[in-house]
Design a protein around this ligand. Structure first.
Ligand code: GLA
Length: 375
């Protein structure tokens, strides 16, 4: 990928790039829709990465090209508000706040819309590349913060901080336990065999489903403050006070809040189980998490539900939608000895229902953002 980004840069701009950086996509093991509610998440960086090769341009101008969209665009950073993938790059440049310009070539094997946080891979890699161009030394957390502001404030997707923190701070062979209210991090060795089934159903988060859910969660907090004035985050609602929560909230706010409070407890417990290698119990939590996403948070699809049900019937230890939902991928935890049988059964069930076979890949926990050699 680095070679591709560098080669594309040379071919498009006629000079070598000055620097390059890459960042990974992620799969979230458990802790869905908890990040923007101040709860915990447990992502793992995947092997697929996005590489950004960068060089200088005239001040205030961004010239960008990618291997997916092979015509270079020229953007006035002060005036233009582009849509599509270049909006994320403009967001990064604005969040960094300099007045320089940049030429950028992007190569990626993180599939967009598959629930693997392709936009965070792009914004974190771009933030690192741009900081190298400026000779600025930003920490992983600072890069995550620039990338988050690019996506949240400039593009307008009301996401949480999970994807950017994962792309910036992930470590090979580890899951990242991130508490999103305090931003405390710890690393847990990834045990077990995790697979990803891509349902091929694509969604555009900027199109609004995530923003709507987030607004519902904020409305729930506003009402729950009447019960508990010091409540800052939905995830901080005491798990022992569910009857009170149910009384205080009308639907659909009640269901959304029950998901967030339940998922918060499941994620903290799940992290302990994973650390102790108790994969069977951990797998049960994955099924419970999917059920909660489906029934209470209403962010699943028939394709995701079918994969989870088929995985369960075929003997997977656990399975759930991963990422925002409304399409994308299912994460499965399997016993290696049963892997082939489970994969075949899931493929068969999916093909029977939807007339095509979904791709299945293995999760290899990789590392976060890094500088890449320029070739
Ligand atoms: C999207 C957002 C993340 C997170 C997940 C749901 O991927 O970008 O911040 O909210 O949805 O867990």
């Amino acid at each position: 990928m680095t070679a591709n980004a560098s080669a594309l840069f040379r071919a498009s701009f006629g000079v070598a790039p000055m620097a390059a950086a890459s960042a990974p996509g992620r799969v979230n093991l458990i802790g869905e829709h908890t990040d923007y509610n101040g709860g915990p998440v447990l992502p793992v960086a995947v092997a697929a990465r996005t590489t950004v090769a960068i060089g200088p341009a005239e001040p205030g101008v961004l010239e960008a090209i990618s291997t997916r969209d092979r015509s270079a665009v020229r953007i006035d950073l002060r005036e233009d508000r582009p849509a599509g993938w270049t909006a994320y790059l403009v967001g990064v440049m604005r969040a960094l706040g300099g007045d320089g310009g940049a030429r950028v070539a992007v190569a990626s094997d993180v599939p967009p819309g598959a629930g693997l946080a392709s936009s965070a891979a792009l914004t974190v890699a771009a933030a690192k590349a741009a900081s190298l161009l400026d000779n600025a030394r930003l920490t992983g957390r600072q890069l995550a913060s620039v990338a988050f502001r690019a996506e949240h404030d400039h593009v307008g997707v009301h996401c949480g901080i999970m994807d950017h923190m994962s792309a910036a701070l992930a470590r090979p062979g580890r899951a990242l336990l991130l508490e999103c209210a305090s931003l405390a991090t710890s690393y847990i060795p990834l045990r077990g065999r995790f697979l990803l089934v891509d349902t091929g159903v694509r969604r555009d988060l900027a199109a609004g489903a995530l923003n709507r859910r987030r607004a519902e969660c904020e409305a729930a907090v506003a009402r729950l403050k009447l019960e508990l004035p010091e409540l800052l985050w939905l995830a901080s609602w005491p798990a022992g006070w569910l009857p009170r929560l149910k009384r205080a909230l009308p639907e659909p706010l009640r269901s959304r809040a029950l998901h967030v409070v339940g998922e918060t407890a499941r994620t903290r417990f799940g992290a302990q189980l994973l650390a102790r290698g108790r994969l069977k119990r951990f797998g049960e939590l994955l099924f419970e998490s999917h059920e909660s996403c489906r029934r209470l948070y209403d962010c699943s699809t028939p394709e995701l539900d079918l994969v989870v049900a088929a995985a369960r019937r075929a003997g997977a230890l656990g399975a759930r939608l991963t990422g925002a939902g409304w399409g994308g991928s299912v994460l499965m935890l399997v016993d290696r000895r049963r892997e082939a049988r489970i994969v075949a059964a899931v493929r068969r069930a999916f093909a029977r229902a939807f007339g095509r076979e979904p791709p299945v890949g293995v999760v290899n926990a990789s590392g976060g953002v890094r500088r890449e050699p320029v070739r």
